[in-house]
Design a protein around this ligand. Structure first.
Ligand code: AMP
Ligand code: MG
Length: 339
């Protein structure tokens, strides 16, 4: 995701109705912070007094992201998620608050997308080498059917009162398609708790913005495009109380016998998506939701994806690969954001 220049651009512009057309200029200045998390980078821009003490702010941001990794990473064997995945069959595992919140949301998106999004797709992710377990490539032998047999969001038995989840046996959670977005939301929450109301938070391309800058302008961001030739390329969005997330086959993929396999897997047949959708961008108040839905709609593809986005009122943009060319499809809620 590219940060757009401060001045209001003349390109295609998305403006939320919540934005006051002439917000008053504020005091303070924009401070920038950055670091690493979840195998990628994070960036935060925020408005605060010129003499802001940076240390406590940096510490608040990094510790929020470290918390997400410690609870939900598939790449950290000591994480709560990996501990759950290794737990003995028939045992109830207590979840920390954030993990429980993300899992509950993941299960809801799984249900509403009829299994296109599936937080139990861990064995499939591993079978294709998109996880830490194996190198990229087609699964051999009975690997795929074995992984499919272990996958299924309906196997998640979550007790919301005790915040516990049952390990029914070899259920392997993977929250990589939603945890980054949650990390963005958590950082935004921690900044708000520090009294920092105007901020733009980005983790690995997923963004959330609140408030306006000292000059009264909102946080402008440019939507991520799979290719400079895609129609609608360069669209900018005022992130005012909104988040944006993009899922795309250009981020991580491999090619086999001329077919391009992206890192998103259709849990219904166990195969990486290959329907020609180059990217899906979702705009939502919650970055966790935007992240999960961009993956879910990406699995559904160029026809079922926009249809479900319209049924659920989600603001989504699809870039479809047509040979060497690209085609754009947008949902009605996305169109309503256009200036
Ligand atoms: P994202 O970039 O947000 O679309 O997330 C992609 C990651 O989510 C992959 O690397 C997998 O770890 C995981 N994943 C792949 N397919 C699915 C799926 N259908 N539902 C949920 N998570 C998935
Ligand atoms: Mg996602």
């Amino acid at each position: 995701m590219i940060l757009a220049p401060a001045a209001r651009p003349t390109r295609r512009v998305l403006l939320p109705a919540t934005l006051d057309p002439a917000p008053p200029p504020l005091g303070g200045r924009v401070h920038e912070f950055s670091g690493r998390t979840m195998g990628t980078t994070w960036n935060v821009r925020l408005v605060a007094a010129v003499q802001l003490r940076r240390e406590p702010v940096l510490e608040a941001i990094q510790s929020a992201l470290d918390e997400v990794v410690a609870q939900m990473s598939t790449w950290e064997p000591a994480s709560d998620l990996c501990r759950f995945n290794r737990a003995a069959p028939g045992t109830w595992q207590a979840l920390p608050d954030a993990f429980a919140e993300v899992l509950a949301c993941a299960r809801e998106v799984a249900e509403r997308s009829e299994g296109a999004f599936d937080p139990t797709a861990g064995p499939l992710v591993d079978a294709w080498g998109f996880g830490p377990a194996a190198p990229l490539g087609r699964p051999g032998g009975a690997g795929l059917s074995e992984a499919l047999g272990r996958t299924g969001w309906r196997r998640i038995d979550l007790d919301p009162v005790r915040r516990s989840v049952l390990q029914p046996g070899r259920l392997a959670l993977d929250l990589s398609a939603i945890a980054k977005g949650f990390g963005v939301d958590l950082v935004a929450r921690r900044l708000a708790a520090l009294g920092i109301a105007s901020h733009l938070v980005e983790v690995g391309g997923e963004l959330r913005g609140s408030g306006v800058k000292p000059d009264g302008q909102p946080w402008w961001v440019q939507l991520e495009d799979p290719d400079p030739a895609s129609p609608g390329c360069g669209t900018v969005l005022a992130l005012h109380g909104l988040s944006v997330a993009t899922s795309g086959d250009y981020r991580r993929w491999f090619e086999h016998d001329g077919t391009r396999y992206g890192h998103t897997i259709d849990p219904r047949d166990g195969l990486p998506i290959r329907h020609g959708l180059a990217s899906v961008t979702v705009i939502h108040a919650s970055c966790m939701q935007a992240d999960a839905w961009s993956t879910a709609l990406g699995v559904l593809g160029p026809d079922a994806g926009p249809a479900l986005a319209n049924r659920l009122g989600l603001a989504a943009r699809f870039v479809v690969r047509r040979g060497t060319r690209f085609e754009e499809r947008t949902s009605a809620a996305f169109e309503r954001l256009l200036d």
